[in-house]
Write a protein that binds this ligand. Structure first.
Ligand code: ADP
Length: 607
């Protein structure tokens, strides 16, 4: 922040105001005092002159009106003596004039030649003729001195006998005035110097706390609240400093709470699993959290301060205005070659109280899983429809043929009816499987677990197939003699094993062999069923547990498969806490493995 200029500073203003005040005060006092003093001095001077004149007039009247004989001294001599002996103050010269306007004496010995001459000045005439005194101020042309010229009649018993002409210099009075003025000027200068010093000191006492406050305000602007303004006193400025410190404390508290809130918010935003992007009013990114960067596969440096539209890769489709006013959410496909990513972006506009847009917040959710489930659901419905339509179409054409007269043909009719029966059974199987899957999906079932000696249980199932099988396939059992106890839902595991064995039989050629073995691990039992059938191509192996997946669709359908057997088996084994997988070599055979957890508690009890 700019510093205050010298001439704008309170310091200088204070000093100037002080000096001006003193100057004005001194001027007023000086003018008044000098005028008054001058008046008094002039008055005193006049009184002194009048007094001297009166005394002179008294002596001179006596001298002029004195009766004299022949030998006695003349008037001129007497006058001369009086004038010589008198002690003059400020008087330069006194002339005595007789009734005939003739000078009969002068106090100035250098001007003796004037004696006997006539004086015709107006003042003298007035004094001699009218008897009035006159008083004149004259400036002497040579010296410039101010002179007072008095002409006064000398009266004896109210009769004018002569006149006194008196010249007095006022220089003394004015010299005194000059001296007093000099003292006044010196006093003024001295007062001004003292005032200036005092002004500096006073200004300093005022500006120091103000300057302190300024420094603190600057420190506060930089976020430093630790400074305190020093209190120099408890006057208004002291109060202001106290209030300033209070304000600073309050600001610090407010800032701390704002900072706390900001940190909390930042922490929430950082630790959210959803991505968050905030923009300014022009759509440039001002905040983006790590999940958003990860979801979009971008780096902060690349997108910070860049338009949100380009960060979302929408620059060809949308602009920021459309986003602000028309869109509440959109689905974004940011899949890479390796992974698929589907994001849902929800937008909310930040507006201030008067409805002006301040920016936009975009929240990014990873909806890949949801989308996948949705996609699977769509595929599932399509598959079910397809699976149901095929047997229904077949049945319809056969029934139509029967209705059109084929029922009368003894050879074809039973054949056609057999087909419809097979298709119906397949549909029933399909519906049964679907119901079972739906139950498994909705977890709307419970496993009725019982402790089972798996060896015995497995033998019974294999026996059942051995008796009922109608093709030449040998069964090879490699089962241990020891008792292996597992806690299972017998019906469900039976269904799984049935499905695996029937698949093995379905895809085994005549003369093939189906082997059964068990492997006991630390925590679980591994059940292995392998055949020497057609096998499964490597590319298809991973999908055989998917719903409706069949490697050879036509063949599977001909063999009565629904494509749901292994999918149901997988659900059931997983419900038991086990795992199921397959190994196969095309043309050589397939092996299906599944595991079941061993019953721990019983073992512990025995031990
Ligand atoms: P399906 O009812 O068609 O048998 P499954 O879910 O039981 O349905 O099996 C899925 C697909 O896996 C079958 O269509 C078949 O192509 C393949 N498959 C399963 N078991 C075997 C096996 N033992 N040998 C060869 N292919 C098999």
């Amino acid at each position: 922040m700019k510093k205050v200029g010298v001439f704008r500073s309170i310091h200088i203003k204070f000093i100037l105001i002080y000096i001006l005040l003193i100057l004005i005060a001194m001027q007023i006092i000086g003018v008044y005092f000098v005028r008054k003093l001058e008046g008094q001095l002039v008055e005193g001077f006049k009184v002194s002159l009048d007094r001297q004149e009166n005394i002179l007039s008294y002596y001179l009247e006596e001298a002029i009106t004195l009766e004299r004989d022949e030998q006695a001294s003349t008037v001129e001599d007497d006058v001369k003596n009086i004038l010589r002996d008198y002690d003059y103050q400020d008087i330069i010269e006194v002339r005595v004039i007789d009734i005939n306007s003739r000078v009969i004496g002068t106090s100035n010995p250098d001007n003796e030649k004037i004696v006997g001459k006539r004086m015709t000045e107006r003042g003298i005439n007035l004094a001699l003729i009218v008897g009035t005194a006159s008083d004149e101020l004259v400036i002497e042309p040579n010296t410039g001195f101010r002179l007072r010229v008095l002409s006064t009649p000398i009266k004896s018993n109210d009769e004018i006998v002569g006149a006194i002409y008196l010249v007095a210099s006022m220089e003394n009075v004015y010299n005194q005035m000059k001296q007093i003025n000099r003292i006044l000027v010196t006093g003024t200068v001295l007062a001004m110097v003292i005032t200036a010093v005092l002004g500096i000191f006073l200004a300093h006492t005022i500006t120091r706390p103000i300057s302190d406050m300024r420094k603190q305000a600057l420190a506060m602007a930089k976020g430093n609240f630790s400074r305190k303004v020093r209190i120099y006193g408890y006057d208004e400025i002291g109060q202001l400093a106290l209030t300033f410190n209070y304000l600073s404390r309050k600001l610090q508290e407010a800032q701390a709470s704002t900072e706390g809130e900001r940190r909390k918010l930042a922490s929430v935003i950082t630790h959210m699993t959803d991505g968050v992007i905030a923009t300014d009013r022009t759509g440039h990114i001002i905040l983006i959290n790590d999940p958003a960067l990860k979801l979009l596969g971008i780096s902060r440096e690349d997108v910070f301060n860049e338009p949100i539209i380009s960060a979302l890769g929408l620059e060809d489709e949308l602009n920021f205005d459309t986003l602000l006013h028309e869109r509440e959410s959109l689905i974004l496909d940011v899949s890479t070659k390796e992974n698929s990513y589907i994001l849902r972006v929800n937008f909310s506009v930040i507006e201030n109280k008067i409805g002006i847009t301040n920016g936009l917040i975009a929240v990014l959710h990873d909806v890949t899983e949801q989308e996948k489930i949705e996609q699977e659901r769509r595929e599932f419905v399509a598959n079910v429809s397809h699976e149901l339509r095929t047997p229904l179409t077949t049945m319809r054409s056969y029934l139509e043929a029967l209705a059109e007269g084929a029922w009368q043909d003894k050879d074809i009719a039973p054949q056609f009816l057999h087909v419809t029966q097979t298709e119906t059974e397949r549909m029933i199987r399909l519906v049964k499987d679907l119901l079972q899957l739906s139950k498994l999906d909705s977890r709307d079932y419970s496993l009725h677990r019982t402790s089972v000696n798996f060896n015995e249980f497995f033998h019974q199932i294999i026996d059942r197939f051995e008796i009922s099988k109608n093709q030449y396939v040998t069964f090879k059992r490699q089962l241990p003699d020891e008792q292996i106890t597992v806690s299972i839902d017998k019906d469900k595991v039976t269904q799984v094993i049935d499905n695996i064995i029937s698949n093995a039989l379905k895809y085994s050629p005549e003369g093939g062999q189906v082997s059964f073995s068990l492997r006991k691990n630390v925590n679980h039992l591994e059940v292995i069923i392998s055949d020497e059938g057609v096998g499964i191509p490597k590319a298809n192996l991973a999908h055989i547990f998917d719903r409706f997946y069949r490697v050879d669709k036509a063949r599977s359908r001909n063999l009565g498969g629904t494509g749901l057997g292994l999918a149901i088996s997988k659900e059931m084994i997983e419900a038991h806490g086990g795992d199921i997988w397959a190994e196969s070599e095309e043309g050589k055979g397939t092996t299906i493995f599944f595991t079941l957890p061993l019953e721990k508690e019983q073992e512990d009890e025995w031990s």
